[in-house]
Design a protein around this ligand. Structure first.
Ligand code: AMP
Ligand code: ZN
Length: 137
């Protein structure tokens, strides 16, 4: 078993667990963007969010909600980012589905601001059709 999160779940590698249930395990990120930065991972190994069966994903999201509330309450954060990297191009280093729960404070500057762009003529309609057709598959 080479997946580092599977090894954590099996207890082969220590972790600072804050919560666990049938579908999810939550532990502190070892290199946090802020104190309390937590990872909520699926109990079973899946690489990408869209590969997780619905019931497991629902369980994961219930744990994400519970731990989010706990982090905000316990750290007195002013907000919280939920982030799931999927695929290396999106910054995923550990290919085991997980959400980052990152407590935020005004002026902490820990995530870069997005640089939104505008759609070119026809571009929005084209991508809308492709995605809505794929949703129907
Ligand atoms: P990602 O880039 O979304 O795949 O994020 C993987 C995260 O896992 C990074 O933020 C790492 O700091 C974190 N990480 C890696 N190894 C461990 C570990 N042994 N315990 C806790 N967090 C870890
Ligand atoms: Zn795994």
């Amino acid at each position: 078993m080479s997946c580092i999160f599977c090894r954590i779940l099996q207890g082969e590698i220590p972790s600072a667990r804050v919560y666990e249930d049938a579908h999810a395990v939550a532990f502190l990120d070892i290199n946090p963007l802020a104190p309390g930065h937590t990872l909520v991972v699926t109990r079973n190994h899946h690489s990408r969010v869209w590969e997780v069966p619905e019931a497991e994903l629902a369980g994961l999201m219930a744990a994400v909600k519970r731990v989010s509330r706990a982090i905000v309450s316990a750290t007195r954060a002013e907000g919280l980012n939920l982030l799931a990297n999927n695929g290396p191009v999106a910054g995923q280093v550990v290919p085991h589905v997980h959400f980052h729960l990152i407590p935020r404070r005004n002026g902490d500057g820990i995530l870069p601001e997005w640089k939104p762009r505008e759609y070119q003529p026809g571009e929005m309609d084209a991508v809308l059709k492709k995605i809505s057709d794929a949703c129907a598959e």
